[in-house]
Design a protein around this ligand. Structure first.
Ligand SMILES: Cc1cc2nc3c(=O)[nH]c(=O)nc-3n(C[C@H](O)[C@H](O)[C@H](O)COP(=O)(O)O)c2cc1C
Length: 193
């Protein structure tokens, strides 16, 4: 389906390919784009974690993720919106880094709409009595009985991409490029690998 060798020969095609891979990542659980790494900072401390890609809107250059309002990533984002999403696509030895700003939505029209479509097994991710990451005595985390309580914790992260950087390793030659999004314009640059 994709060119076998250098994916970055044509930068416009490469950019399209990355957006295709993101869209496929939402639905294909086996894709590396399904569970990227989100890195955030807080007072000079770096935190990275796996997070599932839920939705992509290419026209708005946005990615959507779900999380718990009580998690560390939320306090990180509140302290610094700038964040980074990283994916390594093994099949093509392609690294993609998405730079942008993360925005949080909680208890609003959008989160209500998503929550109402959730099945119970999705809702139970948000009903732990303990804040995620705190020390617990036994392996038995405590949960609220009423799963609807989880709605208060359920949070949408909207990640607005302002730059994509990609690097492909290749036995013949390595290639690197960036795509910069500013207002409605896209700049594509080839970078020294
Ligand atoms: C396969 C996998 C998928 C995950 N997906 C999510 C997710 O979509 N949202 C989320 O908040 N945490 C997700 N996690 C858990 C995070 O990696 C992380 O451990 C947790 O959110 C706490 O992160 P924080 O304390 O840095 O905020 C996932 C973990 C794994 C292993």
């Amino acid at each position: 389906m994709y060119p076998n060798k250098n994916l970055l020969i044509n930068l416009a095609k490469a950019e399209n390919l990355i957006w295709d891979l993101l869209a496929q990542g939402v639905v294909n659980k086996r894709s590396e784009f399904h569970c990227p790494t989100l890195s955030t900072t807080n007072k000079n401390k770096l935190n990275s974690r796996t997070i599932i890609l839920r939705k992509v809107i290419e026209s708005q250059k946005t990615l959507f993720f779900y999380t718990d309002i009580r998690s560390k990533k939320i306090s990180d984002i509140i302290s610094n919106k700038n964040a980074l999403i990283h994916v390594y696509y093994n099949r093509y030895k392609l690294q993609v880094q998405f730079y942008g700003k993360a925005f949080i939505e909680n208890k609003n029209k959008n989160t209500k709409m998503i929550w109402e479509r959730f099945k119970d097994f999705q809702k139970i991710n948000y009903i732990s009595k303990n804040k995620p990451g705190v020390i617990i005595k036994s392996d038995e985390a405590k949960y609220y009985k009423n799963i609807e309580i989880g709605y208060n914790n359920f949070t949408l992260i909207i990640f607005k991409i302002n730059r994509i950087e990609c690097l492909q390793l290749n036995s013949v030659k390595n290639s690197r490029a960036e795509f910069i999004y500013k207002s409605n314009s896209t700049t594509r640059n080839r970078l020294a690998p």
